[in-house]
Structure formats: structure tokens, C-alpha cells
Write a new protein. Structure first.
Length: 398
């Protein structure tokens, strides 16, 4: 049987003493010595409120919780510029780059530690292979429907956590990215359920739904992870981020322009993070700059997210006020999708609209052109440009 699995390790570097001295009180180091980014696929921002995730809530009590965090809409282009470089949905590379302005040869957060500090990537989907560069150890298996049809093995979160704990015990990585996939897959079951008599038909929050069960299992994995950190004596030295790669609609899955599929929660805890704090809004591009600031390393050169200063014990000075740029960008993209659909329909019946359609399609920068967004320099300028283009559509086409 063909197993679509690769486990790669580079063991050329010997981990020496911690990069930063541990103070007299080992339980409260000046800086975290380890960082873990735990991604729960399709993690609805409502999950912490609607499902009793006891282990997540323990992390929330230890740290800071942002109810809604935004990225770009969770589209998954399978052709064009994006597909030539990436296999995953759009928010995944954005998360680990710390910017929506992805460029050719884009560096990700693990490169901030490589090669002298051991790093690891654990994911049960081959679709994340484009963000593998500069990890010493990678476990990825499973894949999409094509892989399954050709003998590929679907790997669940239990096996992912096995490898997470195995690598943690063996090497105590300075940085790990762990992606749990089952929640996303189980959310899709509600959308695809054909029997209206099934309680979770079009409802991921129904009692006993596959999505709720997967969330509880993900929460159990959080408990296993934090227990192991305690067993290894590094719990109080570890910075932990728990978030999603995108959200989840109440009916299941993540259509790109369904607004409840956009936000996801973010929880961060560990040295340097305030305890038991609650905030309404953040952006996924903020995670990498915050992680790198706390770990004392340089983020990717083009990372432009905002350090989450309000959540930190000793924040850097002159952090700008919170803006909601990525939420506004998503709203503009959704508006364009709706209005362009109507414009195309009317232009088929009214040829006089064809020049307007051609101009808007030429000038609007949608997610299909994401790898060109960096031309604008800031999200505000990108949004302003796209709004000017949309203004060319007749007001009657709404």
C-alpha cells in the first residue's frame, strides 16, 4: 500500500544552553524558552462559549483570550498563482508569515529559529507542505480526496498528538507548529448530511454533532499537551498559542464569503502574557510578531502584524492602536463577489455594461491576485483601491 507519509528530521544541530538565561526563579523565566502554535482546523469563534472545553478554558485563565481574530477569507484556489505556490487554504501561510502580503520566497516564523534552535511541524494533511521550509522535523500524512483514492492513509488527530508528544519528549523543540484537522472535517459532515432527521443536519452545534465531538477531542489533546509540558518541567517556560486556521459556519464548513466562517478565537499563555484577560478583536497576522517579540527573535522581514501589546506584561512602547483592517478587507472582498456576480449577469443581457465589467475585473484585487497584494504596501491602501474600483459599478447593481 502506498502510504502518503513523510517523516523527515535533520539532526545536525546539537541543542545547547537556552538562548536566554533563566533567572533565580526557574518557574518564572524572563522569556519563554519554547513556543507552540496549536492550530485547530475550522475553529469557530463561538466554540469556547458553546462547548465545555475545560482544558482550553484552563489555558484562557492562565493567559489572554481574543474572541474574534480575522485573516483573509478562507478561500482555497486550485488554479492560478496561488495554486502554483500553495496547496492549503489562504489563511494558513498568512498565519505563519505574519502578513497578508505574501511574496515569492516567503519566509515563515520557523525560519526565525532555524538552524540553531530545533523546530518541528506536526500536521495530518499534506496540503501544508508549502510551509515546511526550515523545520528540522516534519510529520505529515493523509491528504485530500485524490490521495485517499490512490491508497493514501487518513491520519486523525490522535496520531498527530502521538507524534507531537513523541517529538516534545525527545527534543523539546524551541518552536513547534501543530495542526489538528479533525474539527474541520467533522464540520463538513453537517453541511453534507443528507438526512434532515439527523440532529446535526446543517447544525454543527447540535448535541452530539461530529463537530462538537471533534472539539471535545481537540480539547482533550490540549490537556495531554499541557500535562506533558508539566511532566517535562517546561510548562512555565512555554509560550502557547491556540487558534484556528479559519472559522466555521453554523451549518458546517467555511464558504469563503460566509461571514461566520471568518473569525476564530486566539488564546495565548505563558511567560510574559497577562493572566485571565479578555479582548474582543485581533488579527491572525498579529500572532507571529507577538510570538517573536516574546521569544526574542526577529520575525520574517515582511511581517507587519501588530504586537498584541494589551495582552503582555511588559509590552514594547509605541504600539499603534488596534485597527480592524483585515475584517474591513474581508467585507470589501465579499461585497465585490456579490456585486460582480450581479454585474456579470446583467452584462450578459445588456452589452453596454461589458466595458464596466472588463474594467472592474481588470483593476480589482481579489483573493485570486493575493500574491500581488504587496504592491499596495498596506492593507488600508489595498482596501481604498478596491473600494474605488467597486465605485465604478452602477449603484443600481447591489
Amino acid at each position: 500500500m502506498l502510504w502518503n507519509r513523510f517523516v523527515s528530521g535533520l539532526f545536525l544541530f546539537v541543542l545547547g544552553a537556552p538562548a536566554f538565561p533563566v533567572g533565580a526563579q526557574a518557574q518564572a523565566p524572563a522569556r519563554p524558552e519554547h513556543a507552540i502554535l496549536l492550530v485547530i482546523d475550522g475553529f469557530s469563534y463561538l466554540a469556547p462559549e458553546r462547548v465545555d472545553m475545560k482544558n482550553l478554558k484552563a489555558v484562557m485563565a492562565r493567559g489572554s483570550y481574543y474572541r474574534e481574530s480575522y485573516s483573509a477569507p478562507p478561500q482555497h484556489p486550485h488554479s492560478g498563482e496561488w495554486a502554483a505556490s500553495f496547496d492549503s487554504s489562504i489563511p494558513n501561510p498568512i498565519l505563519v508569515a505574519g502578513t497578508v502580503f505574501l511574496r515569492p520566497g516567503q519566509k515563515f516564523v520557523q525560519s526565525s529559529f532555524f538552524p540553531l534552535k530545533f523546530t518541528a511541524h506536526i500536521a495530518n494533511e499534506l496540503t501544508y507542505k508549502a510551509i515546511n521550509q526550515d523545520f528540522h522535523f516534519t510529520f505529515q500524512a493523509g491528504g485530500n480526496e485524490f490521495h485517499a483514492a490512490h491508497g493514501g492513509k487518513r491520519v486523525d488527530d490522535d496520531e498527530n498528538m502521538f507524534w507531537t508528544l513523541t517529538v516534545l519528549r525527545r527534543w523539546k523543540p524551541v518552536y513547534m507548529r501543530v495542526h489538528l484537522q479533525d474539527t474541520g472535517a467533522m464540520g463538513g459532515l453537517s453541511r453534507n448530511e443528507r438526512s434532515k432527521g439527523q440532529p446535526w443536519y446543517q447544525n454543527i452545534w447540535a448535541e452530539g454533532s461530529p463537530f462538537r465531538q471533534a472539539l471535545l477531542q481537540a480539547d482533550a489533546h490540549i490537556g495531554r499537551l499541557t500535562d506533558e509540558l508539566r511532566n517535562l518541567g517546561i510548562y512555565d517556560k512555554t509560550l502557547l498559542f491556540v487558534t484556528g486556521d479559519h472559522g466555521q459556519t453554523a451549518t458546517g464548513w467555511h464558504p469563503p464569503f460566509a461571514q461566520d466562517a471568518w473569525p476564530m478565537p486566539v488564546v495565548l499563555a505563558g511567560p510574559g502574557v497577562k493572566a485571565d484577560q479578555r479582548f474582543p478583536y485581533s488579527e491572525q497576522i498579529d500572532i507571529v510578531p507577538t510570538l517573536c517579540h516574546l521569544m526574542g527573535v526577529k520575525p520574517p522581514a515582511n511581517a507587519d502584524g501588530r504586537i498584541m501589546a494589551e495582552a503582555l506584561v511588559n509590552p514594547p512602547a509605541n504600539i499603534p492602536p488596534r485597527r480592524q483592517d483585515l475584517k474591513e478587507l474581508s467585507l470589501v472582498l465579499a461585497e465585490a463577489d456579490s456585486r460582480l456576480t450581479k454585474l456579470r449577469d446583467q452584462a450578459r443581457r445588456n452589452p453596454s455594461l461589458q466595458p464596466v465589467l472588463a474594467e472592474v475585473e481588470r483593476d480589482f484585487y481579489d483573493v485570486e491576485r493575493l500574491l500581488q497584494w504587496h504592491k499596495f504596501g498596506t492593507v488600508q491602501k489595498l482596501v481604498a483601491h478596491n473600494r474605488q474600483v467597486l465605485a465604478k459599478i452602477p449603484a443600481s447593481i447591489r
